[in-house]
Design a protein around this ligand. Structure first.
Ligand SMILES: NC(=O)c1ccc[n+]([C@@H]2O[C@H](COP(=O)([O-])OP(=O)(O)OC[C@H]3O[C@@H](n4cnc5c(N)ncnc54)[C@H](O)[C@@H]3O)[C@@H](O)[C@H]2O)c1
Length: 334
């Protein structure tokens, strides 16, 4: 059987082809699954999708009408999939519930230290042989406070690194993580976390309860010189409100690996097109902001784990096995 994989990056492709080789043929496409590309899936029982696929009602209807029965999503987050519609249409959906949380946590830290120590500006200057230090002053993190929103797998890995930096640890989550408590984390209300943290990092999933968790009032509650990092999902932050605060000269630094309107932009080369997104265009002009294109997970270790889990998800589906990765189980066959 041939599997159709959407949204495959160039250096991800050999890993996917190798992982599937013993079991299935795989056709890799660089285009993302959306309303325009969904018809390509006609005749494919099993497809694999990536983080910026749009699995909305119309796309799922097109897939079901074309004979697709199983969707193997190559990410942890599944906010891009309408699971209720998938279930109604009898489509099985699986995701990758675990892969290296260190990939994302280490990248969140990369953003935090990059904005704190002005690494991008410094590098741009030395390329111009401008060796002045004006405007490049950062802050020691030791003894300052890290606030972690969401202390699951990635939040815990982030917390371990914060502990290594010698930071005080504040956490906010619906459930306390004993590993974080053992590192000295104090769980507090989010208002207290915003008010007391020097570095705030987001690691909760995007749900209706967490959409715009960081809104105008949350941003105003943060210290003027805080560092804010989002490596989870763009929809956690009201980006227009963030731009307003940045215009007012607030924040030591903001590192964003995700952006609420990233679909249709991130992972693509838009360098020769007119910029249509005024919010993103403004965001990247601030000297204290670094934006990356949803690359926190992108290590060889994490991608190999994602691909291996995707192959297992496909084999489990074919064997009628259930696993913790299944979001919508196969409808009983009559
Ligand atoms: N940028 C990237 O490349 C990338 C890669 C992987 C994951 N992510 C994002 O990181 C997120 C976290 O991943 P993880 O593996 O740590 O997940 P996880 O499930 O291990 O942890 C999520 C934590 O959020 C908490 N939580 C859930 N709903 C909450 C709510 N309403 N209020 C407060 N806390 C809540 C949970 O209790 C849990 O501790 C994912 O959902 C995904 O959006 C981003």
């Amino acid at each position: 059987m041939e599997i159709l994989a959407f949204g495959v990056q160039a250096d991800e492709r050999p890993l996917i082809e190798k992982a599937f080789a013993a079991h299935h043929d795989v056709r890799c496409l660089d285009v993302f699954l959306n309303e325009d590309t969904a018809p390509i899936a006609a005749g494919y029982e099993i497809i694999s999708t990536s983080v910026n696929a749009s699995l909305n009602n119309r796309v799922l209807q097109t897939l079901a009408a074309g004979g697709t029965q199983m969707i193997a999503q190559r990410s942890t987050g599944f906010n891009n999939i309408d699971l209720q519609v998938a279930e109604r249409l009898g489509l099985t959906v699986a995701r990758v519930s675990y892969y290296s949380p260190y990939s994302v946590a280490e990248f969140a830290w990369t953003l935090a230290t990059a904005v704190n120590r002005r690494i991008v500006r410094a590098s741009n200057r030395t390329r111009d042989f401008d060796f002045r230090l004006d405007g490049l002053m950062g802050r020691d993190l030791r003894g300052r406070t890290a606030g972690v929103l969401g202390t699951g797998k990635i939040g815990e890995a982030f917390t371990r690194i914060a502990h290594g930096f010698g930071m005080n640890l504040l956490g906010w989550d619906v459930a306390e993580n004993p590993e974080c408590v053992a590192l000295g984390m104090k769980y507090v209300g989010k208002e207290q976390l915003f008010a007391e943290s020097d570095l705030i990092s987001l690691h909760v999933p995007l749900l209706s309860a967490t959409h715009h968790l960081i809104d105008a009032s949350a941003l105003r509650a943060m210290k003027d010189d805080a560092i804010l990092v989002n490596s989870s999902r763009g929809g956690l932050i009201d980006t227009d409100a963030l731009v307003s605060e940045l215009r007012a000269g607030r924040f030591t630094g903001v590192g964003l690996d995700v952006y609420e309107a990233e679909a249709g932009l991130f992972f693509l080369d838009k360098s020769l097109e007119a910029v249509e997104d005024d919010t993103l265009a403004r965001l990247v002009t601030f000297p204290n902001v670094v934006v990356t294109s949803h690359q926190a997970y992108y290590t060889v270790d994490a991608v190999n784990q994602i691909v291996d889990a995707t192959v297992r998800n496909v084999l489990d589906y074919q064997a009628g096995r259930r696993s913790e990765n299944v979001l919508v189980p196969a409808a009983p066959r009559s």
